[in-house]
Design a protein around this ligand. Structure first.
Ligand SMILES: Cc1cc2nc3c(=O)[nH]c(=O)nc-3n(C[C@H](O)[C@H](O)[C@H](O)COP(=O)(O)OP(=O)(O)OC[C@H]3O[C@@H](n4cnc5c(N)ncnc54)[C@H](O)[C@@H]3O)c2cc1C
Length: 454
């Protein structure tokens, strides 16, 4: 049995925990796959690097709109893929070396609890005075008849394919489905999206969902209110039997299938019950607002404990847990109520706070305003006819309740509104006291705020 002051399980966000402040502790990091976790190896970073290349291709296709003659004359997928992974792939070895050189024991294996605060990794037993669980999440694979008879992709594998498929059936309508459809669609793959609900991006504000779905339906074969009933191998690919809610059946052929139907926390592979840890009905490890679990000295952070599954959330939780490891007598508490998120598709979408549907459901009073990009000077420059900013505010306190943006740079444009929600600024302060650079795209945000009924 080896004893540690701190054992970190999962070297995604978990690997950011050790800093100079905890030098001198005996630390072990356990990682079953690659240092850097999902975000670096198969999530945010490679997907956004690919999205950028896809954006370039789509912008070239749009060039004639601005009087520029241009054509996408070729897509060199191996070069696109290598740009991404030749940068990412060496980082694992470097990170392991770095930790070992700084006196941290690295175990490259899967940890599971054998007793409270005791983990087993490939036969070794490690006991931690403190343990941080940062084991993340993985793609959830639905129980579709025939799925085990075909080979299919998830976000873990699709970004590393040898060649883009000629056609791809994308099962699911969330952000991963949206981003990967954009990427491979821009590189020439024929995309069919199968979504059980009535729109794509189901968790988003109604106006966003609606506009996004319309735009995707122009670009791709989008089958809404439809499920995959069965999958079968066929020569050169797969045949999917689709069933619409009205009972219509259709057989669709595709070279490849991407399953993008959500993610599940990896806590089930940890033997949490042997560790004495409580989990919720979705398998998230339960923590209090200091991120302490039900076992004293054991913390959890990231996708394995929160249902947002966002890297900026995991980063914030990592900072909080680091503080609490060092100052258990004066812990920081947080519930992270204002959680922004973006979809890096085409169009881009960003969102923070309540949706209009949510406010209606809760019976809350609100005022709303929508401003189209096309009604501002920069929108003219972009020749934009589809993008907009929507803001929702409390009619009495005049603070923001939510903001939703669809269009170029949405994830960047929304940031001042996130700030304002945190700082409790009123929409009138934001609209009238702040100067917005003319004629920048931020004027869309200014105009949406000005358009809020008083
Ligand atoms: C395609 C895709 C795109 C994404 N894009 C974005 C984005 O644009 N913006 C954003 O904010 N978020 C994005 N995310 C989500 C983001 O990647 C996650 O929220 C983030 O990586 C969570 O960090 P984590 O540290 O909790 O888990 P992870 O990064 O998953 O790290 C967990 C680590 O634990 C290891 N592990 C698991 N079980 C064990 C075990 N028993 N023993 C030892 N090690 C174990 C895993 O191998 C992994 O390395 C995306 C995700 C995907 C899949």
């Amino acid at each position: 049995l080896q004893d540690y002051d701190l054992i970190i399980v999962g070297a995604g966000s978990g690997n950011m925990l050790p800093t100079a402040e905890i030098d001198g502790w005996r630390i072990a990091v356990v990682e079953s796959d690659r240092f850097g976790g999902t975000c670096l190896n198969r999530g945010c970073i490679p997907s956004k690097m690919l999205v950028y290349a896809a954006d370039v291709a789509e912008n070239v296709r749009r060039a004639p709109r601005y009087g520029i003659g241009a054509d996408v004359t070729g897509v060199d997928w191996p070069a696109i893929r290598e740009r991404v992974f030749s940068r990412i792939d060496p980082l694992h070895d470097r990170a392991v070396d770095y930790r070992r050189r700084h006196g941290i024991d690295v175990f490259l294996g899967r940890a599971r609890f054998v007793a409270p605060k005791v983990l087993s990794v490939d036969g070794a037993e490690l006991r931690g005075e403190r343990i941080v669980l940062a084991v993340g999440s993985r793609p959830s694979v639905p129980d579709i008849p025939g799925l085990d008879s075909i080979s299919y992709h998830t976000s873990d594998t699709i970004m590393r394919v040898a060649e883009p498929p000629r056609s791809m059936l994308v099962v699911g309508g969330g952000y991963i489905a949206a981003e990967m459809s954009h990427v491979f669609g821009a590189f020439g793959t024929q995309i069919t999206i199968v979504q059980r609900g009535d729109t794509l991006l189901a968790a988003h504000d109604g106006d966003i969902r609606q506009r996004f779905t319309e735009l995707y339906a122009r670009r791709f074969d989008v089958r809404l209110a439809t499920t995959v009933e069965r999958l079968e191998p066929a020569s050169g690919g797969v045949v999917a039997r689709l069933r619409s809610r009205r009972g219509e059946l259709a057989d669709v052929f595709a070279d490849s299938v991407l399953i993008a139907t959500g993610r599940v926390p990896n806590s089930d592979q940890l033997d949490v019950s042997a560790g004495g840890l409580a989990v919720d009905e979705h398998g998230h490890i339960r923590t209090d607002d200091t991120y302490a679990t039900s076992v004293p000295g054991v913390w959890a952070l990231g996708d394995t404990t929160n249902h947002f599954q966002l890297k900026h959330m995991a980063n914030a939780e990592t900072r909080l847990v680091r503080h609490n490891l060092l100052r258990p007598d004066a812990p920081r508490r947080a519930r992270f109520e204002i959680v922004p998120a973006a979809v890096f598709a085409d169009p881009q979408v960003a969102s923070v706070g309540a949706t209009e549907d949510q406010l209606r459901r809760e019976g809350r009073h609100y005022v709303a305003a929508v401003q189209e990009y096309g009604d501002t000077a920069y929108g003219w420059a972009l020749e934009d006819t589809t993008s907009f900013v929507k803001v929702l505010a409390d009619p009495v306190s005049r603070t923001l309740l939510g903001a939703h943006i669809l269009g170029p740079q949405a994830a960047t444009l929304i940031q001042p509104l996130i700030q304002a929600m945190h700082l409790g600024n009123t929409v009138d302060q934001l609209a009238r006291d702040v100067l917005y650079i003319h004629p920048a795209l931020t004027e869309v945000v200014e105009n949406a705020l000005l358009a809020l009924p008083s």
